[in-house]
Design a protein around this ligand. Structure first.
Ligand code: NAD
Length: 272
């Protein structure tokens, strides 16, 4: 059995992860970490999922204690919580899967530092389908070249706090790289009023936030003669949890390093 600790256990992804751990024959919940002050603290982690029953794991806000007996920890929280998770996993020697999005350069530096001591899988989208989708987009961008305008659109539920989504940005980065550029200079994130004609080579983003949309991404390649659209739709957030658990199985016992879902799935993608 593989012991799994969930950091951000009381969140939407945390609860889904706990359900998926329950459903898996080879996994046991060994730790559940919630935010300091969370109403669920000190309760049995079974309360976090419908019909879960008692699992004999107390929800804690002490991350080091929460990840201590785990073969792998999984963090789906907020960027502000990442530092504490990294410190705890480094001090306890616990391999880590990070699914939290909205990370900026300082977080990535911290991830790389921690990855010198423990193995870490970081992916802004853990879905296996999305990672295959990214590979197809990369190949499309390489083959179609600069004559095709690229527009990326994404839609998510009303609770999502960062935009564009980490996945949309990852798609933009891989298109930019495939064309020999950088998203920093090519990305266009807002258009309003007299914005003028489209700048050649730019990569446009559109964002929808509505209802309970789990996650949708489309990459459009458009020339004057034809249009190719690649779309991925997630139907249930369990898809991210299942991917994160696949990453947790893979990262347990690995050598220190910063890995991606491309490593987990056996192909490398320049997206991450
Ligand atoms: P959520 O707001 O429902 O859950 C986040 C949880 O983290 C909350 O319960 C919050 O209390 C908790 N938290 C905050 N600080 C904490 C701390 N210091 N210690 C422990 N817990 C803490 O959000 P969500 O929908 O579950 O998403 C969480 C993150 O995962 C977001 O960044 C989201 O974008 C990302 N996400 C990534 C993927 C992926 O495939 N990589 C998929 C879905 C969501």
């Amino acid at each position: 059995m593989l012991n799994i600790a969930i950091v951000g256990a009381a969140g939407r992804m945390g609860r889904t992860l706990i359900s998926c751990v329950h459903a898996a024959d080879d996994l046991t919940l060994a730790g559940a970490v919630a935010e300091p002050g969370a109403p669920e603290l000190e309760q049995d982690a079974g309360v976090l999922v419908e019909g879960g029953g008692l699992v004999d794991v107390q929800i804690t806000d002490n991350t080091a204690q929460g990840v201590r007996s785990a073969h792998a920890a999984i963090d789906f929280t907020l960027p502000t919580a990442l530092k504490a998770t990294l410190q705890a996993c480094v001090s306890e020697g616990t391999p880590l899967v990070v699914g939290t999005t909205g990370l900026v350069d300082a977080h990535l530096v911290a991830l790389r530092e921690a990855a010198q001591v423990i193995p870490i899988v970081y992916a802004r989208n853990m879905s296996v389908g999305v990672n295959v989708f990214m590979e197809l987009v990369r190949r499309g961008a390489e083959a179609l070249g600069q004559d095709y305008d690229v527009e990326i659109s994404e839609a998510h539920h009303r609770h999502k706090v960062d935009a564009p989504s980490g996945t949309a940005l990852a798609l933009g980065e891989l298109v930019a790289e495939a064309r020999g550029g950088r998203l920093d200079s090519l990305g266009v994130y807002t258009r309003q009023g007299q914005v003028g004609p489209r700048e050649a080579g730019s990569i446009g983003f559109s964002v929808i936030r509505a209802g309970n949309i789990v996650g949708e991404h489309t990459v459009m390649f458009a020339s004057e003669d034809e249009r190719l659209e690649l779309t991925h739709r997630a139907a249930d957030r369990a898809v991210f949890a299942k991917g994160a658990l696949r990453a947790a199985r893979w990262v347990a016992g690995r050598a220190p390093g910063l890995y991606t879902m491309a490593d987990v799935l056996g192909f490398r993608s320049p997206a991450e």
